[in-house]
Design a protein around this ligand. Structure first.
Ligand code: SF4
Length: 378
């Protein structure tokens, strides 16, 4: 087995003290396999939560140390909640296999969205694969699918062993690419994957080192993430990078310069399939939750405007400065790498790159083309 870069990597992983197993979830193979790896955990059977049940359960069991196992009853594949056409969305699809994460970033949008406070793993995987079979059977459509929107894709992998199953599945798909997005270095199962790696991108979210230390809880350091990325690249995975959320703080220029320089100590431009950039934005209701959960955090303290999607954003002049610096720095090291904005308006695209996608479909096509180009070049 190859060693992961940081001997202390387990700090960003999740080993719950209690597992709540929803009635009807106990017989799924994934439930049995997770429980077999958590021999010391207290296992409690619970009814399907309704009404205030989650809030009552959270008084009995700490969400920080409790895992909830349940079957998912809705659709597994969802369009990324990119909103108004004003902001360009890349038409990504989310494979919804779990909820929540223990990394504890102060800016995590999930704090404002979820009524279920527990880290949740959906256990009816066969239903998810059956839905994928039907959806991906549609002719003429290419899918970019990620598992890292409502959770971190890998932080629980040592418990679930899901990554190899997903790589198996997507390895046989001709019209889809899988992206596993993380701030952890839980890559053992990726490095030990025994077969041919198909179309799988492993992506790391990056930020300035001071932001990581201050705002990203138990996440691996930037250097650890990039060391993990280099090992994954060596094993044959494509690497994606995401600078999101970019924060505006005293010393931001130097901080982001440092991170960009660090990237290219470990990766070459050709190793990277795409880099996305998105400035900090949040729904107004998240502000109070964020203050309650992270008393020392002041990232919502500046001036913001309300965007057309209802989210608070930095003024466009601040976004422009952040984007210009990031793009200029990245291009110094990797002039050809594909950089795109996540949920940004046409004017800032035009301003930064000198071009803009006409609509969401065009941005989606550019990313699809990255996948095909990369596949052609190996
Ligand atoms: S890693 Fe992602 S999902 Fe986890 S707390 Fe941070 S922002 Fe939220």
């Amino acid at each position: 087995m190859k060693s992961v870069p940081d001997p202390d990597y387990r700090r960003s992983l999740f080993y719950p003290a209690t597992v709540l197993v929803e009635e009807g979830a106990a017989d799924y193979p994934l439930t049995r396999s997770i429980l077999s790896r958590l021999k010391k955990a207290e296992v409690v059977s619970v009814k399907r939560p309704a009404g205030n049940d989650f809030s009552n359960l959270s008084r009995l069991y700490s969400p920080q140390t409790t895992l909830f196992l349940a079957p998912h009853r809705g659709r597994f594949l969802k369009a990324c909640p990119g909103t108004a056409e004003t902001y360009r969305c890349c038409l990504y699809q989310i494979l919804h296999l779990g909820l929540g994460c223990n990394i504890g970033c102060s800016y995590c949008v999930l704090q404002g969205y979820l009524n279920n406070p527990f880290i949740t793993q959906f256990v009816n995987l066969d239903d998810a694969f059956a839905e994928l079979d039907t959806e991906l059977g549609k002719p003429g459509v290419f899918y970019r699918i990620g598992t890292g929107e409502f959770t971190d894709s890998l932080f629980m992998d040592p418990l679930t062993d899901l990554a190899p199953r997903l790589i198996d599945y997507f390895g046989t798909c001709k019209n889809a690419i899988l992206e596993l997005k993380t701030k952890s270095v839980a890559i053992s199962s990726l490095l030990d994957y025994p077969g041919e790696i198909g179309e799988t991108v492993v992506s790391w979210s990056l930020n300035a080192p001071s932001v990581t230390a201050r705002e990203e809880g138990f996440a691996a350091s930037i250097t650890e993430r990039l060391q993990a990325a280099a090992l994954c690249r060596e094993r044959g995975y494509r690497i994606g990078l995401h600078f999101d959320p970019l924060l505006f703080f005293p010393g931001w220029e130097e901080g982001y310069r440092q991170t960009v320089a660090e990237i290219f100590k470990y990766l070459k431009g050709d190793d990277i399939i795409w880099i996305s950039i998105g400035a900090f934005r949040f729904m107004p209701q998240v502000k109070d939750v964020l203050r309650d959960n992270h008393a020392d955090c002041n990232i919502t303290a500046g001036e913001f405007i309300r965007g057309l999607d209802g989210k608070q954003r930095y003024f466009s002049e601040i976004r422009r400065q952040l984007y210009r610096l990031l793009v200029t720095e990245i291009k110094k090291y990797a002039p050809e790498v594909f950089i795109y904005f996540c949920m940004e308006d046409k004017c800032l695209w035009q301003d930064t790159f000198g071009y803009a996608p006409a609509d969401n479909a065009e941005l989606g096509r550019w990313l699809d083309e990255c996948c095909w180009r990369y596949a052609a070049n190996g």
